[in-house]
Each structure stands twice: as C-alpha cells, then as structure tokens.
Design a protein around this ligand. Structure first.
Ligand code: GLN
Length: 482
C-alpha cells in the first residue's frame, strides 16, 4: 500500500477497497512510529478530523477528485490554522497561526488530509537540516547522514513513506537537494506559480513553494492543485493556474536537452558523474537530442545568492521583535533589551549569521558594492538561461556535487553553502526545476536536475515522467522502512 502512486491510492479509495479513515491511519501510524529514528516531523496530528473525513468522502463520491483522502505533511513554515507552525525555530515554537497559508487551504479544498508538520532548517536556511531548534533530521537511507536541507524533514518523511507527499519550499535548492539526497522526486515551480501567502518568508524574491513525492506524476498532480493566482500575494502571477497533462508515450522524441558540460566535467565524485551521464544517456535513448550548452555566469551564482538571500532575510526577519508575535524574552527592563534579548534567545546561530551579513550588505557604503552588484550578476545569470532556452527545451544537470554527508561533517558556513552550487542558478532566474532519482552512488541516492523555461513546468515534468516509465530508481525505498 505505502508504495502505491497517488493515482493507485485514489483508485482504491474510489473502489472502496480501502476507506479514507483506514488510509490515513496507516500513515498516521507510520508517521508516529518512524519519527523517533528520523526526527522528520515537528508534529504529528492526533488523528484525521471529522470535517476532513466527511469532506474527503463527499468528494470521493463525485468524479475528478484524485487527491481526496490522500494524506500529506506540510513543511513547518506553511501556516496551518490552529496547528503550531514553528519554522524550525525557538522564535516560533509556540506560534499557532490563526489562518491557513494559501497552499494549505488549496490542498485542503481538494480533500487532502494533513498528517503532520515537517522538520526543517531554521527559517529554511541550510542544506543539511542540522539547524533546527527541534533537532537534526536523519536520512532514512543511513541514519548517520543528513537528509539535505532545508526541506530535509519533508524529504525524509516521503523517503520513509511516513506520508506519500509533502509540501516544501526552495529558495536556493531546498527542494531539489534534499529530494536528491533522499532518493525522491521534488519540484520547485517557477517563481510566481505558487502563492507565498502564509509561507513564512526567508528571501521573498527567491522563496517558492513546491512539492515532494515518489514520482513526477505524484508531484505534478499535487502541484496542479496548489498553484494559481492569489490576490493575497503581490508576486503571484496572474496566469499562475496550471494543470498537468500526462504526456504521450513518445513525447521525448525530438526534445532538445541542454547539458552544461562544464558542470559535469567539474564533478569530483566519479560515481555521481557516471550516474549523471547514464541518466542523460537514458534521455537520449528515449529520443531526446542532447546539446552542449554554456551558462557563462553561473559560477558566480553562489556568491550573488549569499548577498541577496541574507539581505532579504535581514529585512524579513526584523518582524520578529518580541513585540508582535513569536518568542518574547522574560528578561528585559526596557524596549531595547526586549528586542535584543528576544532575538538573541529566539534565533539560532545560522539565522543570526545571515541577519548580520544581510544588514551589512544593505548598509550605506556597502549597498552599491555588494547588494547592487549581486543583483547585476543575477540579471546576467537570467540572461544566460534565456539564451540557452532559445536552443533547448530542458536543461539537465547534477543536483548535488556529493551524496548525503555525515552529520557534523560540514559545520562551518561556506562549505555548506557550496552544496547548492548547481541549484542556486535556476533559483536566481526564477525558473522551474526538479530533481529525480537516478542510479545511486556509494549505496546512496543521487538526483538528476531538470530545469525548464519560465512557466514551462510541463516540459520538465513530462521528461521526468517519461524517464520514470523506463527506470525504477524512484521506486526504491530504504529497507528499514519497508
Ligand atoms: N541552502 C540554501 C541556504 O541555506 C538554500 C536554502 C533554501 O532553499 N531554503 O540558503
């Protein structure tokens, strides 16, 4: 049961081979049972609510609701009404939102069942999920290793099938990198596709909600339901509505796939390089035409990102002042101390580091030299992609230069920042991109990244779906969780 696709689960629900209550209790039980080993979830809900049950059953009695009764977890930065939303931080450890994020309400309205909230790096800053006030998350493939981050909880929960699907967010790689390290599929849609309303902000010009699941088809079904224009998010695109069309079986024929040869040549890990090349060969075997391309400014992406993202974070996180909501220090005699002590106690080390860097980059005298310069680099990277997409339909690339690393292996900031060298360029350009499992290396999962032109989620998901029709990597599960 746990290895079935969403369509298969939906068919069983509709045929009354399993009830909504039975399906959800299967996953509630798994979520509770495996959370001790993985620490993937910050909260498992008590049980399915009567309202959710009735709604799902009513929808199942009608046609065309493939997501009704399907359980899911939300990354713990999507506001859930009446359900604690922590963002992995002490700052929000007691925060109970009075409203649902648009993503949450969109999926609820399709009859999906919220099982849990997923652990994450504090305020979505990190690539290992070791920076959470709720403790590190363990990779289900090897509990001594990290699941990637910041959506490591969502990725580990799906990899261990504690839930079949989870929402996640990606600012510089936080959907693709953990999906790759945990052997699942994850898509970050185009910027503006999915509403950011009710999603706790890290870097607003980059943050984008997306989804993780076993397969591209599962991701696409959920993405179709969560996207759409939202008047409550001023950066939501007016044409954000999209719905997944299952591709024809030979749709890869004649598709042009760009490969950034420099990136693959630069991979130090031979086994990852081999897996990447084999996956690209599989695309070729299915009729895709592979073309070498260049992204001449992409090597500047990490540097530009670590100016822009902290700058935006320093501004976004100024709202956590101990006055309005979030943690308030008990120890304060005046207003100044209230601010300082609440923020000192509420935020973790990495978050503080980013606030400091961002505040510095935005300060007068440094603004032009760093922030403005980084924005110019960002534009050059977007132009590189625009030129590439004149030649090709999809770009294939590695996701992560390495497989899941051991806990504690990368304690210092900059070596962690390099984990996103292949994911940040598409984030800066706002493009849709996904990671899908390919042949493992060193006994651990490896992902291939597919990047598409702006608003062309259909092409990358179609290609991933076709790939998954002829490979079985996405069906592999860590044995301890079978
Ligand atoms: N790892 C990157 C960072 O720490 C990206 C995080 C993300 O995408 N949320 O900023």
């Amino acid at each position: 049961m746990i290895q079935l696709s969403i369509r298969e689960m939906a068919a069983m629900l509709r045929a009354k081979q399993i009830s909504v209550a039975e399906l959800s209790s299967l996953f509630f039980d798994r979520a509770r049972a495996f959370n001790q080993q993985t620490n993937a979830l910050t909260k498992v809900c008590c049980d399915i609510s009567a309202d959710q049950l009735i709604q799902a059953e009513t929808m199942l009695a009608q046609e065309g609701h493939v997501l009704a009764g399907i359980p899911l977890a939300h990354k713990d930065l999507f506001c859930t009404q009446g359900l604690r939303t922590t963002c992995g931080s002490n700052m929000l450890k007691a925060f109970i939102p009075p409203y649902d994020a648009t993503v949450v309400s969109n999926l609820k309205s399709q009859g999906m069942i919220t099982v849990a909230k997923a652990n994450m790096d504090e305020f979505a800053m990190g690539s290992s999920n070791e920076h959470s006030a709720f403790g590190a998350v363990n990779n289900p493939w090897d509990l001594t290793r990290v699941p990637g981050g910041s959506s490591g909880g969502s990725a580990a929960a799906v990899a261990a099938r504690m839930v079949p699907v989870a929402t996640a967010t990606d600012t510089g790689g936080s959907i693709r990198q953990p999906a790759a390290l945990c052997g699942i599929t994850g898509i970050k849609p185009s910027y503006g596709r999915v509403s950011r309303h009710g999603m706790v902000a890290f870097a607003s010009s980059l943050d984008q909600g997306g989804v993780m699941a076993a397969s591209a088809d599962d991701c696409a079904l959920v993405l179709s339901a969560m996207c759409g224009h939202d008047a409550l998010d001023s950066t939501s695109h007016v044409d954000a509505q999209w719905s997944w069309q299952l591709p024809e079986s030979n749709s890869m024929k004649g598709k042009k796939v760009g490969v950034v040869t420099d990136w693959i040549d630069g991979l130090k890990d031979e086994a990852i390089k081999q897996s990447t090349l084999e996956a690209i060969q599989t695309l070729k075997d299915q009729g895709a035409e592979v073309i070498d391309i260049q992204l001449p400014h992409a090597h500047l992406a990490v540097a530009a990102y670590y100016v822009i993202a902290p700058a935006e974070c320093s501004s976004n996180l100024s709202r956590f002042d101990g006055v309005r909501y979030g943690h308030r220090s008990e120890d304060c005699r005046d207003l100044e101390q209230l601010y300082v002590n609440s923020r000192t106690e509420g935020f973790g080390e990495e978050v503080k580091r980013r606030i400091m860097v961002g505040t510095w980059a935005l300060s007068s005298g440094y603004y032009d030299a760093y922030y403005l310069k980084a924005q110019k680099v960002r534009r050059l990277i977007s132009q590189d992609f625009a030129a590439a997409f004149k030649q090709v339909d999809v770009i294939a690339a590695p996701v992560s230069p390495e497989v899941a690393f051991k806990h504690g292996e990368k304690s210092e900031g900059v070596s962690m920042y390099q984990a996103d060298v292949f994911t940040i360029p598409a984030s800066l350009a706002g493009l849709p991109c996904l990671s899908m499992p390919v042949k493992p290396a060193h006994g651990l999962p490896v992902g291939l990244q597919l990047m598409g032109n702006y608003f062309d989620e259909q092409s990358i998901l179609s290609m991933a779906h076709q790939f998954q029709q002829v490979t079985a990597w996405h069906q592999a599960m860590p044995e301890a969780f079978l």
